[in-house]
Design a binder for this molecule. Structure first.
Ligand SMILES: [Zn+2]
Length: 461
């Protein structure tokens, strides 16, 4: 099959180590697979970041006129799920049910579109068993006392995503017993199938009941739903090796054309440390969306390049919330402008940023410059000039999934509006005690009171 060069976007490809045009198998369509969560606990901030990064890419491609087929899995069988169920003395299926529900709640809260397909690993075990059977039959995989392993030694290009040779990858890990069976042929060989241990859930297989390895789940589900040679495989940078490397190794060993482009996003940092559950130093995504405007995390993610680290702290979230306040004030101020075609030059500049490796910081800076210019034109009472620029800013924000709150003027009743004006007058007269009293009254009536360059703005929380 001949891959066509997509005219929409250039993206960094981890395999090639450079920014290249995203090639499309089918013109006008982008097929993408993003590794989803293992549902054994509440999602952490890193989950939020990768979900937002790929949601932003997906939405931007759709906004650009592409059809996107988006697949993201749920890993619903894993050691961590089994361990939690055992520790809490309840069925593993109950753990899965609880945390899958928590996952979707968090995704909905941060405005991540649901995938077109959300395959669950346990629904694909029969297809995983047949892939493994074929690999064993071809002598690309072999049995040990604890499972089935892929022989990586003769996988062409193993180490492509890690950018290391097989020899380099095993330096320091020479002890064959460190991971997996002592019967492994090569230290880097990895488990496709784990033979059942007492008390664990299992599925039948010709070589012994058990369950699939994580790397086998994703290669089977992505190829099943997207077909060979799909366009883009993504996830957090921590998945590049070994998870994605090992998915690819199975596709190569079974003679299947796998993903043509690999995209990985950078880490989330809290107080400078790499975000990781094993470090135990995270605030969950669920906590973040309960305590803050959930849109703030999307804005924070947009303001960093997707391959750079993002620092998620109370301070950076507060800064993002302040920036959101500016955008919401803009939305309210421009809500009554006459309809206008978005300014073409402004949208071209937005696209130029996005198309060059998803430069969202550059794209957002352009949007904020538009907001400033629109405010200046409205101050100068020139709504005709402001309208196309405002429309361009709105369109750009829509493209990256950032919703604005502009349901304002008509929802604020006359009494509240009169209080807001009275507060502005008190502030203008430097009678801050009176202004604070009015503010307290408005807050007591359930309003969020914002100070903007245009005076007091009210909204419902
Ligand atoms: Zn995966």
């Amino acid at each position: 099959m001949v891959a066509r060069v997509c005219s929409v976007i250039r993206l960094h490809d981890t395999a090639r180590g450079e920014v290249v045009p995203l090639a499309q198998r089918t013109p006008g369509e982008v097929s993408m697979y993003v590794c989803g969560p293992t549902v054994y606990g509440p999602p952490h901030l890193g989950h939020g970041r990768f979900s937002l990064v790929f949601d932003i890419l997906r939405r931007y491609l759709i906004w650009s006129g592409e059809r996107v087929v988006y697949v993201s899995n749920i890993t619903d069988i894993d050691d961590k799920i089994i361990d939690r169920a055992a520790a809490e003395g309840r069925p593993w299926t109950e753990v899965v049910e609880e945390f899958e529900s928590v996952w979707w709640d968090a995704m909905d809260a941060i405005g991540v579109l649901r995938p077109d397909h959300d395959p669950h690993a346990t629904a694909y075990v029969d297809r995983m068993v047949s892939l493994i059977a074929n690999l064993i039959a071809d002598d690309r995989a072999y049995l040990t006392d604890d499972g089935v392993y892929l022989s990586v030694g003769d996988v062409v290009g193993y180490g492509l995503l890690a950018h290391q040779s097989l020899e380099d990858l095993i330096v320091g890990g020479g002890d064959r017993e460190v991971v997996g069976s002592s019967q492994k042929r090569h230290p880097a060989d990895f488990a496709l199938w784990k033979v059942v241990k007492p008390g664990e859930p299992s599925w039948p297989a010709p070589w012994g009941d058990g369950r699939p390895g994580w790397h086998t789940e994703c290669v089977v589900m992505s190829l099943d739903l997207l077909g060979e040679g799909f366009d883009l495989h993504g996830g957090g940078l921590d998945l590049a090796f070994p998870h994605h490397e090992n998915e690819r190794a199975q596709a190569v060993a079974s003679g299947q054309d796998f993903a043509h482009h690999w995209m990985h996003n950078g880490f989330v940092e809290v107080a400078g440390e790499k975000m990781s559950k094993s470090l135990g130093n995270f605030t969950t995504l669920t906590e973040l969306v309960e305590r803050h405007d959930p849109r703030a995390y999307r804005l924070l993610v947009l303001q960093a390049h997707y391959r750079s680290p993002v620092e998620v702290t109370v301070e950076t979230i507060a800064q993002a919330e302040a920036a959101l306040g500016r955008l919401d004030a803009f939305a309210r101020r421009t809500a009554t402008l006459p309809d206008a075609e978005p300014d073409a030059g402004a949208l071209d500049r937005f696209r130029a940023c996005m198309d060059e490796d998803l430069d969202t910081p550059g794209a957002l800076a352009g949007v904020f410059a538009l907001v400033t210019e629109v405010n200046r034109l409205l101050d100068a009472e020139d709504p005709t000039a402001a309208a196309p620029l405002a429309a361009a800013a709105r369109s750009a924000l829509d493209a990256v999934g950032l919703d604005l709150r502009d349901a304002s003027a008509e929802l604020v009743d006359d009494d509240a509006l009169a209080l807001a004006r009275a507060r502005d007058e008190a502030r203008a007269a430097r009678d801050f005690a009176a202004a604070d009293l009015i503010r307290d009254q408005l807050v007591a009536e359930g309003w969020v009171v914002e100070d903007t360059p245009d005076g007091t703005v009210l909204r419902r929380p």
